[in-house]
Design a binder for this molecule. Structure first.
Ligand code: SF4
Length: 238
């Protein structure tokens, strides 16, 4: 049997590295470098990055820490932060544990975009995260099973950091799911901003009206509830 690989040998599967503006949530509009991690444990029916969720296609490149930093640095001038996005970045937590200290040592602000489910992985790397953009996955929106227990555990860790929660509202989203979500947030982290994001793929009057109705209801539980569509889609940006 050969020697065990050193932790520093960890490589990440990365779908793409690019610069754009953040298109979602509380930080919409800020310039970022996006590092899109390949692979996801979810199968949301409206996933807008199907090539990065690992569903049959294998579209990624492998990067070590030094090579990934080399890609990021020239793009990052004047950027607000480095978005670790996906897919689900926390699926590659062993790499993140080695990579994030290097990213922080250079002085970058780290911004995690996550499904808000893999709380054990988050606990291993939360110390290096500056901003956490956490999804709440409503089963009636995603078509997946409920993740209430996982979201609860995740939020208990994530609330130590700056951030917000986003939930996608589609034509199939039920008021019961939204109420379960808002009560969960109100119980654990009532100070958190909740973003209701109308689904880009069925952005019509009835979905917008559902967001408006639910904003009124959610504001009985939380101070800061906003409706925001995906800005980058309107501008034809990545
Ligand atoms: S969590 Fe995000 S990347 Fe994963 S399937 Fe859902 S939308 Fe796609």
């Amino acid at each position: 049997m050969g020697p065990s690989p050193s932790p520093l040998d960890h490589k990440a599967k990365i779908s793409e590295v690019f610069r754009s503006i953040q298109g979602e949530g509380k930080y919409a509009g800020v310039p970022q470098v996006f590092v899109r991690f390949f692979g996801c444990h979810m199968h949301c029916v409206w996933c807008d990055t199907p090539d990065s969720i690992g569903d049959g296609k294998q579209e990624f490149q492998e990067y070590g820490i030094t090579d990934l930093l080399k890609e990021i640095r020239p793009l990052a001038k004047g950027c607000h932060s480095i978005s670790l996005t996906g897919g689900e970045p926390l699926m590659q937590v062993d790499f993140l544990r080695e990579f994030l200290p290097s990213l922080k040592a250079i002085g970058f602000t780290t911004y995690l975009e996550t499904s808000g489910v893999l709380y054990q992985a988050l606990a291993k790397v939360v110390r290096w995260m500056d901003i956490i953009a956490m999804d709440l996955k409503l089963p009636s929106s995603t078509g997946c099973r409920p993740f209430w227990k996982e979201h609860k555990e995740f939020l208990q860790i994530a609330r130590r950091k700056e951030g917000f929660i986003k939930t996608v509202i589609s034509k199939d989203t039920t008021p019961v799911d939204i109420m379960t979500a808002v009560r969960l947030v109100a119980k654990i982290a009532p100070e958190t901003t909740l973003i209701l994001q109308p689904n880009t793929f069925d952005l019509n009057h009835s979905v917008v009206q559902r967001c408006l109705d639910m904003q009124n209801v959610c504001r009985k539980y939380l101070e800061d509830v906003r409706i925001l569509p995906q800005l980058h889609k309107f501008m034809n940006l990545r």
